[in-house]
Design a protein around this ligand. Structure first.
Ligand SMILES: NC(=O)c1ccc[n+]([C@@H]2O[C@H](COP(=O)([O-])OP(=O)(O)OC[C@H]3O[C@@H](n4cnc5c(N)ncnc54)[C@H](O)[C@@H]3O)[C@@H](O)[C@H]2O)c1
Length: 353
């Protein structure tokens, strides 16, 4: 791989522009990567975005994928498009990064992962919270307290996301007036997920709680099992899981708030560690980590503030460094596939009210 990988973009909608292309443009300007160009089913949008970021505009995806100078593609789409597009990208011999969730079904995830392996390509999923500086610190602290047994045994994990304003100071993406009608999305669902209520619940699960499940997997280090779940369609949910005998709850409600309310709590016999993950699109926040330890004088609570850096920027940096071989991917398809299996299981056993 070249020292400066050349990256193409398929899909320059809101997230494609603000959370991805803008960060790769920074990395291009600092000499870390090259941007081959962009492609979007809305040609006017592609042209306007290409002009703003001073990048080439391909006529279509096929032209981008046929460009032998492109090493990798950042494919930022609504999730139902991921399976078909990632297959085309990998078949064209390019590494790929998509947004989350990976795909709708486990068999699709397994097929794509096998294809990436067969071709020797990188397949990254956009779970940017793994790149958050606070999450990085929390993982380190968690591993330390578990190895030293300082807080005693881990008793439970609770991952909660009640949402809120996820945009805050994000800026405005380019929009075009004359939009080209897009083909309808054709989501694929796990076997048994057939009713409109189940499908709405699954959409809610994979859009929001994929992050929380993914973060638990990252912090715990191996796959969880599922044993109960309940949804009020796409308004609220709770799922009961287990990791090596420790109960894990994933839960939340879809509610409005000026704050972003997302917490992952590890409760130990003699203390706890809480991670407050920030507003996803806010460039000026990192996760806060709060550790409470019991002492002879009572409980001592320490709040840790990691350096501020935007998780989406660090994710872009991580993908570029993985392409050059400097660093391993932090959210590779291999481990993000655990989330797909867990989410399939959740919807298959869930009571959907
Ligand atoms: N990580 C996070 O916290 C987070 C937050 C919000 C959204 N997301 C994810 O990002 C995804 C994308 O969001 P968005 O707001 O950018 O969506 P969007 O609909 O604005 O953008 C998708 C773009 O892809 C284009 N497109 C559609 N089909 C195409 C095709 N076959 N080939 C080329 N281009 C095509 C569309 O014209 C559009 O411009 C969401 O579905 C969600 O999964 C993640």
């Amino acid at each position: 791989m070249a020292a400066r990988p050349k990256i193409g973009f398929i899909g320059v909608g809101m997230m494609g522009q603000l959370a991805h292309l803008a960060n790769y443009a920074r990395l291009r300007d600092s000499g870390d990567c090259e941007i081959a160009g962009v492609s979007d089913l809305q040609p006017l949008l592609a042209r306007a975005v290409g002009k703003k970021y001073n990048v080439h505009v391909y006529e279509n995806n096929a032209q981008l994928l046929a460009d032998p100078t492109v090493n990798a593609v950042v494919c930022i789409q609504q999730w139902p498009n991921n399976y078909q597009l990632v297959k085309q990208i990998l078949q064209a011999g390019k590494s790929v990064l998509t947004e989350k969730p990976m795909v709708g079904r486990l068999d699709e995830a397994q097929e794509l992962m096998a294809l990436a392996r067969e071709k020797g390509l990188l397949y990254a999923v956009g779970f940017m919270k793994r790149y958050d500086t606070g999450v990085e610190l929390a993982r380190q602290l968690l591993n330390e307290v578990r190895a030293s047994d300082e807080l005693g045994p881990l008793l439970s994990v609770d991952a909660q996301c009640d949402g809120g304003d996820w945009l805050q100071n994000t800026g405005t993406p380019i929009k075009v007036d004359n939009t080209t009608p897009l083909p309808p999305l054709c989501p694929t669902y796990p076997d048994g997920c057939t009713t409109p209520q189940q499908q709405a619940a699954y959409g809610y699960l994979v859009n929001i709680f994929a992050h929380n499940i993914n973060l638990c997997h990252y912090l715990l280090g191996s796959e969880m099992t599922v044993y109960a779940a309940q949804f009020q369609a796409d308004h609220s949910m709770q799922a009961l899981l287990r990791h090596e005998g420790v109960p894990v709850t994933v839960r939340g409600a879809s509610s409005f708030s000026p704050d972003w309310r997302e917490y992952t709590t590890f409760t130990f016999q003699r203390g706890e560690l809480i991670i407050k993950t920030p507003v996803p699109m806010n460039r000026q926040q990192a996760a806060r980590v709060i550790v409470t330890r019991s002492s002879q004088r009572g409980y001592v609570t320490t709040e840790y503030h990691a350096p501020i850096d935007w998780a989406f920027f660090r994710e872009a940096q991580g993908f570029v460094r993985a392409l050059t071989g400097e660093q391993l991917l932090r959210a590779p398809a291999e481990t993000c596939l655990w989330d797909v299996r867990v989410m399939e299981r959740i919807i298959q056993i869930a009571e959907v009210l």
